[in-house]
Design a protein around this ligand. Structure first.
Ligand SMILES: [Zn+2]
Ligand SMILES: [Zn+2]
Length: 113
């Protein structure tokens, strides 16, 4: 847990289907947009308040990922972003800590192939 954790840059490539985050501790995360959408942290997508901010990393390894695009990203306070998807969904507040916890890179989840 790192309360000072925050992104120094967030870049979206809809053509590549990737959202990349550089963190202020030097870590770099790349998420497939499909995986982020499937892990939307809103109550509706999680199926209840008890599951808020839970996630399933396996969505980041679906090949090929279903195409979905980000239309807009807005920062919420200083702890989260809201992602506006091109399917009309925008309820999810992705907290920095949750995004970092779901980072699918090899260092963060060495059990993945
Ligand atoms: Zn949602
Ligand atoms: Zn990582």
């Amino acid at each position: 847990m790192n309360n000072d954790l925050r992104p120094t840059s967030i870049e979206v490539s809809n053509s590549e289907g990737v959202l990349a985050i550089d963190w202020n501790d030097g870590h770099h995360s790349e998420y497939t947009l499909f995986g982020l959408r499937k892990n939307c942290p809103c109550v509706m997508c999680r199926g209840g308040h008890g599951n808020m901010n839970t996630f399933d990393r396996s969505y980041f390894f679906v090949e090929p990922p279903r195409h979905i695009e980000i239309e807009d990203i807005r920062q919420v306070g200083n702890h989260a972003i809201k992602i506006f998807w091109n399917d009309g969904h925008n309820n999810g507040m992705y907290q920095w800590q949750t995004l970092r916890d779901m980072c699918p890179c090899e260092a963060c989840c060495p059990q993945q192939e």
